[in-house]
Design a protein around this ligand. Structure first.
Ligand code: PEP
Ligand code: MG
Length: 586
């Protein structure tokens, strides 16, 4: 990958930048600024500019080809989408026309992006497609510099970007990344979720990132504090223990399963969220009981055509074989937001805003039936055919929607039987609680499910009416606000009262203070980002659950006398308790 590392600037003294930690850990390496501004030469002729632009496209395509060969098949598909977008003549011609009209290459790329944004803004699917076009524009900018050097894959890289989409994140899959630093993305954007799952420090909220950090600057990242040292002093470096944390358990043989207990002996169940097949390696960790959320849409997002039953069956079969006897909860396709399906864009141009998974599939039941058929076939033909098939539906807003999806499932089971095919011995059907309207239908809704999983990423944003990818608005409200926690407590209590297994699979479960508060309101099943396994395990093992229960009861009480520290927020009280428990341990 040709990247420019030579910084023309004289090295200045250390500066310290404070951001927000999205993933802990310490790393030391060199900044690679993704998406630098290309400075146009005003004296270049139009022909020369067009030549440079087309040359940058060729180099970007070559990069896509060379980096796709050592990737997983899912990533390969995503990279191939980037490649086909780069080859798209309509996009190229738009840029060239603007150059011919007198714009510089950078301006022409920006103006083309503006055109697409105004076209795509009208609906959510297309808006997300716009993110991919923004991605290729960034890639082309990388190659506009004529004097680009070869990328040294062994050089320890800290990826710095204004914003990064899930597909762009995957472009760096085979590059040795030590940390990720971004300016604008919120913690719940899917680009950040993928960055965190690499098990490296991730920091966001760095204002004016490109002014403060230059390509090839030496950086020391303190992911625990959300702090970045640019050109760190030798003494600063000496104060840190810079050891690379193992980010995968791939090399470990599956260890004997061990239930995780809190300090006072309460069992706590940990599962993982999986986006990519490679994440399954984390199932080897002894306290991980299974996959609590398999985001099945990720591997198929980039497919040109909707994946057929055979393709899907093989894919699910492979996962079930890899997971062996551990539970895998397959979530049916969750389309929308920053997750786009190429095949859907092509087929259904008039998709409506906010037409997310269920709203989509309810109108295209045949597509959900194909996926259910594939899951049924994968379960009965895998190496563990007698284990239950767990299916989870996302984005349900009304009880009737789930009833409808269950009818589709029943139809598929009947169809398989009629064909003389086997069906799973046990089916476990669950749903995600991600839309607040469901909280007011829980009594009826819980009668329809075997389990529920709280999708706090979406639930939080719909609850506070904010966009989950907007870093500024996302920070305005606290996951540990009284109103939100009270709502989660209602869900957990109602599910427990009906003996319905309840877990939480949003990123909130992977944050130690948040997870502690959740334990305090009765949650015992957590589906977490694999990068958080160690942190959550440590927290659970050092916690007396009775103490957090007492604390949360007090925090949520409406009686002013019961509230021991009325001036403190829930976050401050949980933090205080965490510090006390920590001191008792040491
Ligand atoms: C959620 O919304 O909390 C969730 C886990 O789903 P996703 O992040 O894939 O939208
Ligand atoms: Mg969701």
């Amino acid at each position: 990958m040709p990247l420019t590392f030579a910084s023309p600037f004289i090295r200045e003294p250390q500066i310290i930048i404070e951001g927000t930690s999205l993933n802990q850990g310490i790393a030391q390496g060199y900044a690679y600024i993704y998406g630098p501004q290309y400075v146009d030469n005003p004296c270049q002729s139009v022909e020369k500019k067009i030549r440079i632009f087309l040359d940058a496209i060729d180099k970007s395509i070559l990069f896509c080809e060379s980096s796709s060969s050592n990737q997983s098949s899912e990533n390969q598909d995503l990279i191939l989408v980037q490649k086909s977008l780069l080859q798209d003549l309509a996009w190229q011609q738009r840029v060239i026309k603007k150059i011919e009209n007198g714009l510089s290459i950078g301006q022409a790329l920006d103006a083309t992006l503006d055109d697409f944004e105004s076209i795509f803004r009208k609906d959510a699917f297309w808006h997300a497609r716009f993110q991919e076009i923004r991605g290729i524009s960034q890639l082309v900018r990388q190659y506009l510099e004529e004097k680009s050097l070869s990328f040294d894959v062994n050089k320890p890289i800290i990826l710095c970007a204004k914003t990064i989409s899930p597909v762009e994140m995957m472009l760096f899959e085979s590059i040795k990344l030590l940390a990720v630093v971004v300016q604008d993305d919120s913690s719940l954007s899917h680009g950040m979720i993928i960055a965190r799952s690499r098990g490296i420090p991730v920091i966001n909220g760095i204002r004016e990132l490109k002014k403060l950090i230059l390509n090839d600057d030496e950086l020391l990242i303190d992911g625990d504090l959300g702090r970045i040292y640019v050109r760190p002093h030798r003494t600063t470096i000496a104060n840190y223990d810079i050891t690379t944390k193992a980010s995968s358990f791939e090399s470990l043989e599956p260890a004997q399963n061990k239930t995780l207990f809190s300090r006072d002996g309460t069992p706590v169940h940990l599962l993982i969220n999986v986006n990519m097949m490679e994440d399954l390696a984390f199932l080897n960790h002894p306290s991980i009981e299974g996959v609590g959320l398999y985001r099945t849409e990720f591997p198929f997002m980039a497919h040109e055509n909707w994946p057929d039953v055979e393709q899907q069956t093989n894919f699910y079969l492979n996962i079930l074989n890899k997971a062996k006897e551990k539970t895998v909860i397959f979530r049916t396709f969750d389309v929308g937001g920053d997750k786009t399906f190429q095949s859907l864009h092509k087929s259904f141009r008039n998709t409506k805003k906010d037409w997310k998974h269920t709203r989509f599939t309810l109108q295209r039941p045949s597509l959900v039936r194909l996926q259910l058929r594939a899951m049924i076939r994968a379960r009965v033909s895998c190496d563990y055919p007698n284990l239950p098939l767990h299916i989870m539906f996302p984005m349900i807003s009304e009880t009737q929607e789930l009833s409808f999806l269950k009818v589709l499932l029943q139809k598929e089971l009947n169809r398989e039987k009629k064909l003389g095919n086997k069906v799973p011995q046990t089916l476990s059907v669950g749903a995600m609680i991600e839309v607040p309207s469901l909280v007011f239908q829980l009594n009826q809704f819980l009668d329809l499910v075997d389990f529920i999983s709280i999708g706090s990423n979406d639930l939080f944003h719909f609850f506070y009416a904010i966009d989950r990818t907007d870093a500024v608005m996302s920070k305005r409200y606290d996951l540990l606000s009284k109103a939100f926690i009270q709502m989660l407590k209602t869900i957990i209590e109602k599910a427990n009262a009906k003996n319905i297994n309840v877990s939480l699979c949003g990123e909130m479960a992977s944050l130690p203070l948040e997870a502690m508060a959740l334990l305090g309101i009765g949650l015992r099943y957590f589906s977490i980002n694999p990068s958080a396994i160690q942190t959550i395990e440590n927290m659970v093992q050092s916690l007396d659950i009775w103490s957090i229960q007492e604390c949360m009861t007090d925090c949520l009480s409406d009686n002013p006398f019961a509230y021991k520290a009325a001036h403190l927020s829930i976050r401050e009280r949980v933090m205080e308790l965490a510090q006390i428990q920590q001191t008792q341990l040491s």
